[in-house]
Write a protein that binds this ligand. Sequence first.
Ligand code: IPD
Length: 278
Amino acid sequence: MGEDLSLPALGTLETICRELAVQAGELIVRERPEHLAVADTKSSATDVVTIMDRRSEQLLQEQLRARRPEDGILGEEGASVEGTSGITWIVDPIDGTVNYLYDIPAYAVSVAACVGDPRGEWESVAGAVFNPVSGELFHARRGGGAFLRSTGADPSVTALFVSGEQDLGQALTGTGFGYDAAKRAQQAQILTRVLPQVRDIRRAGSAALDLCAVAAGRLDVYYESGLNAWDRAAGQLIVTEAGGVVRGAGAQPSRDLTLAGPAVLVEALHDVLQSDPH
Ligand code: IPD
């Protein structure tokens, strides 16, 4: 495929990621219904969709179709467009939907431009994650570094770097849980192995923001099993561009496992996760 992946071309993709994440993020705050209800459920009764997940994805899809008609799109709420350019946009219209439902200000819109097969092996080349409540916009393009832009009344840009912590015993560790009860029981068991070996655990409720927290050194390390491509596509690039490592049980993150942080902590946590529980 002949897609242009030079830094300037990736800069164009990164700008689109930033603009659309902010546009959709502003929509979900501005037009949030006063009495927000669950519109539907997906994999389980607690895996919810709101009307605003759908409206946010619709906006993202319309904008991408207008701006990048040859690209593919994969979205959490069903967007699925085959492209011809070699670029696919992987979008999460609200990551942290349960937080959004409860009005807990830890949710985000995630937009990433990727190469490869979005349902197989793919790689993010540009991405942005926007928390519309804090006004924090995290973004990166491959080879260009990772940045946090504050979009409030006092705009600023900061380069991001993962934590310098080397000792897993001192590591503030983020994780999350899936929506399936059997899966959660497994995750709870794994947690009993991890918790005694780390400083403490945080479960914020948005994988995209967790990955950005790792990039910003607000979490030392993060792991989760069961993530979908849209949960991690932008965030994992932001971590690697902030000097971190993202891997799975093997070299690549996958639905089975995503681990993110400084290399030393990722390897130490990987060893704990893979150790025999008996
Ligand atoms: C979820 C969040 C959560 C993570 C779940 C995801 P959603 O995404 O990222 O933090 O633990 O695995 O499914 O459903 O809010 O888009």
